[in-house]
Design a protein around this ligand. Sequence first.
Ligand code: PLP
Length: 376
Amino acid sequence: MFPDATVSEWNDWRWQSRNRIRTLEQIERAFALSDDERTAAWRHNGSLPLGITPYYASLMSFDDPSDALRRTHVPVGNEFIRSPGEADDPLGEDHDAAVPGLVHRYPDRVLFLSTGFCSTYCRYCTRSRMVGDPGGEYDFSRSQWETAFEYIQAHTEIRDVLISGGDPLTLSDDRLDYLLSRLRAIPHVEFIRIGTKVPVVMPMRITKSLVRILRKYHPLWMSIHFTHPDELTPEVMESCTRLADAGIPLGSQTVLLKGINDDVEIMKRLMHGLLRIRVKPYYLYQCDPITGSSHFRTPVEKGIEIIEGLRGHTTGYAVPTYVIDAPGGGGKIPLLPDYIAGRDGDDLLLRNFEGNTYRYRDPDSSYGARIPAQDR
Ligand SMILES: *Cc1c(COP(=O)(O)O)cnc(C)c1O
């Protein structure tokens, strides 16, 4: 696709960002498109544009539209269908915005939307309403940042700031340095984390100079969006190694996606690969009901089945927490397989990972007693 690119250009994140696949013409050159994909790319307008870094596109199949990573980034016609329960802002983030770009939903922490830009646009994006639409309804200006700093400064209960977007690691080194220094200067902010997919889709962004900036602001944690074991390349291993060597604890966030990673074996391979590059699986998300995402969504049972297939069968560190981010702004609600088999007098009956029942003496309790469904 890029016959004239030199190796040093390919390994330069600014080159990757500049040469993102964005137009119908570029995507036609990168992939043998199906009619459905071509029509969808042609029809698309507004926020959540087409965007794929050349590096990330190189991990996708040229001619197979069912390829896992390709399906997460190349639009299809189903994206234009609104299904029952779907909305542009299902999590009610706009409603919970304390000031523009700052979501204050939980008592002690805030979500800081630092930019509307991403190096790649996942078709199931939670913030599809606002990303990649410069000049659109959502403005990520410098003055908006200042208003957010003032809010955090004035709210001493905020001890945790999650910087997300868009993707914060697409900001320049200088802007990131500024953002982190302003947050670090607020005495009650104990914990800062960055939510990003950059180490996976543009691993060359994790330069030595970036890492030198990040490590000034410890304790700094990072949540990285991983989807599939095909992403675990030598380049990604290198990016995560640099971050981990700088003392940044790494966690993963994965969205459960139909036909892409909704399989115990695929998920196990991903989680094992993450542990090998020092990333702790953090959350597995039920796919948010954003408009046009029904082709990505599995039944909730599938998520439970995957957790059940991991817990006990492999390293405990490899098991993420499966959550539904509740529509309407309820926050993340964890879901677990039911390991309680019932109660027999003073004994709580527990089911283990192999399906065998065990007794645990738990007197003076009714925990586990079956409650008829109609009385719940
Ligand atoms: C996910 C999220 C957080 C962080 O939640 P944790 O469970 O602490 O990772 C904070 N604010 C908002 C609005 C979120 O969606």
